[in-house]
Design a protein around this ligand. Structure first.
Ligand code: CP
Ligand code: NVA
Length: 304
């Protein structure tokens, strides 16, 4: 499959059909891998990865995904690049485009990715910025489709920080007709523009009450109360004990609700061990699906 967009920075670049097609293609690639292997669709293609922030899942799943597709990855820490000595992102983009078929970058400021995408002639993928995490949401919606058999008509409850992952999930909800109820403390709401745009396509509710969010929810999602870009330990006090996913909160969602978390998790903060390690949790499938959904994305962006 092919996408119209050159880059994937937020998810808002995709049409509803493209998003759903990507999810279905991810599920197909997963089945193919389990049956015996992936076809070398990206033979001789290269992906260059730039990390300004730490990563376990994103780095490993992109690297192994490219390998399984017959391609190759180069992994760069921005500290080891001339970027750290002041070379501009524009010049970096132009240089890398002469070597590689695709760039994936994990950055602090989202604007840096926009500059990278503007000046790179090859596709640019957002591997997480302070504002968005689109690759996570491809994996999350793939997981929801696998577990629930459908997307449209479901309800997601987001509990905690209205952060980068939450912003991308709202775009995912708008692309699929999933309803979202988002419970955050005052001042920790998701991006206003993202909410406003997405409300045109689906029902997005903002509340400060986690129990309103989980009412009738099919999926309960949370993330750390302090992200890489805002790691002030004082933040946590604003969230606890109210914004913790525990058995009591889970029991107010639908009986067959699933629990999701992009990981890494802080057990006993945003989620109790009993929930994340319990029978409703699908976090390991979610982590695995990063591999399959990013393979689908890579094929859709860079195959001939
Ligand atoms: N969920 C996620 O992006 O994990 P990493 O930070 O380990 O890449
Ligand atoms: N919101 C988290 C996600 C980590 C994958 C962060 O930005 O640190």
């Amino acid at each position: 499959m092919k996408l119209k967009t050159k880059d994937l920075l937020t998810l808002s670049e995709l049409t509803q059909k493209e998003f759903v097609d990507l999810i279905n293609y991810s599920i197909k690639l997963k089945k193919e891998l389990k049956k015996g292997g992936t076809k070398p669709i990206l033979k001789n293609k290269t992906l260059t990865m730039i990390f300004q922030k730490p990563s376990t899942r994103t780095r490993v799943s992109f690297e192994i995904g490219m390998y399984q597709l017959g391609g190759h990855t180069i992994n760069l820490s921005s500290n080891d690049m001339q970027l750290s000595r002041g070379e501009s992102i524009e010049d970096t983009a132009k240089t890398l485009s002469r070597y590689t078929d695709c760039i994936m970058a994990r950055v602090y400021e989202h604007e840096l990715l926009e500059k990278l995408s503007k000046h790179a002639s090859v596709p640019v993928i957002n591997g997480l910025s302070d504002s968005f995490h689109p690759c996570q949401i491809l994996a999350d919606f793939m997981t929801i489709k696998e577990k629930k058999g459908k997307l449209k008509g479901l309800k997601i409850a987001w509990i905690g920080d209205g952060n980068n992952v939450c912003n991308s999930m709202i775009y995912g909800a708008a692309l699929t007709g999933i309803e979202m109820s988002i419970a955050t403390p005052k001042g920790f709401e998701p991006n206003k523009t993202v909410v406003k745009e997405s409300k045109k396509s689906t029902n997005i509710e903002l509340t400060t009450d986690p129990f309103i969010a989980t009412k009738n929810a099919d999926v309960v999602v949370t993330d750390t109360h302090s992200s890489i870009h805002n790691s002030d330990p004082k933040r946590i006090k604003k969230f606890l004990p109210k914004y913790q996913v525990n058995f009591k909160l889970m029991s107010t969602a639908k009986k067959n609700a699933i629990f999701m978390h992009c990981l890494p998790a802080k057990r006993e903060q945003e989620v109790t061990s009993s929930v994340i390690d319990g029978s409703q949790s699908v976090v390991w499938d979610e982590a695995e699906n990063r591999l399959h959904s990013q393979k689908a994305l890579l094929v859709a962006l860079i195959s001939a």
